[in-house]
Design a protein around this ligand. Structure first.
Ligand code: FMN
Length: 240
């Protein structure tokens, strides 16, 4: 990994830093993970207030947990989180994102909607700016996340949350045993990547609709537990 040189002075004492993030394979994307590792980022973030802003498909909670840890380790104070996601169901959003990222066609085409975060959601995100402005004017960030959540800044679906947390365990195993294992041959790694690709397509298009129904029902049956989990992921605190 060789991040591009930063174009800011890391010694600047910003009042607030907005960190625009993406999830890739349920982890912080390589650009954001690389950025957070730089000494400039460490210097910039130390002692600063930070708001994370995710522009993703629909699975971001695992990436955010990692970012929370990195920010805390850097001595930054996370004061807010805003998530802009594709609001179509997981299956449709899966098809449209593959069409967009692999074939370069964002759409809409036929019955398929335009991929990614909708223009309306991007336009309406200005309401979060107004909430933030209040915090800045009052120099009080304690209620910021609560106000952002009340305005719809972070929607957490219990079924997606469980799918994501379970899938990440498999992703991590794959990364450890195939991608990052130095002793594995190039042929075996390439075969492993093909198997992973097949698994991803199977999990996204065949398994996830069934699992989604099961997890949604489970969420209703254990509503208090589900509610507690959703509240945690809508918040900015880091589990100790
Ligand atoms: C390699 C790769 C992996 C991705 N993995 C995820 C993911 O795990 N969760 C998610 O919600 N979106 C995922 N996405 C979608 C991105 O977060 C983002 O929504 C998409 O790339 C469009 O944004 P962009 O135009 O800024 O790239 C992935 C995209 C790429 C390129």
């Amino acid at each position: 990994m060789c991040p591009a040189p930063v174009l800011f002075n890391p010694e600047t004492e910003y009042d607030l830093i907005i960190l625009a993030c993406q999830s890739w394979f349920l982890s912080p994307s390589i650009p954001i993970a690389s950025f957070l590792k730089t000494t400039e980022a460490q210097r910039l973030l130390r002692g600063r207030r930070v708001i994370t802003l995710h522009g993703i498909r629909n699975m971001w909670v695992s990436a955010q947990e990692i970012i929370k840890q990195k920010l805390s380790a850097a001595g930054a104070r996370l004061v807010g989180n805003i998530v802009l996601a594709d609001r179509h169901n997981n299956w449709i959003a899966g098809i449209t994102i593959v069409r967009w990222l692999v074939h370069g066609k964002r759409g809409p085409t036929g019955i398929l909607p335009r991929a990614g975060v909708s223009d309306a959601d991007i336009r309406n995100a200005s309401r979060f700016g107004e909430i933030l402005l209040d915090s800045i004017k009052n120099n009080s960030y304690d209620d910021l996340q609560q106000n952002l959540v009340a305005a719809g800044a972070v929607r957490v679906k219990f079924d997606l949350l469980l799918i994501e947390r379970n899938a990440r365990k498999i992703f991590v195993k794959f990364a450890r045993n195939v991608l990052h294992r130095s002793t594995i041959s190039a042929e075996k790694r390439s075969a492993g990547v093909s198997i992973f690709k097949g698994y991803l397509l199977f999990a996204l298009f065949l398994l996830s609709p069934i699992v989604s129904v099961i997890f949604t029902i489970a969420g209703l049956l254990i509503y208090p537990v589900a509610r507690k989990k959703i509240k945690y992921y809508q918040g900015i605190l880091l589990k100790s």
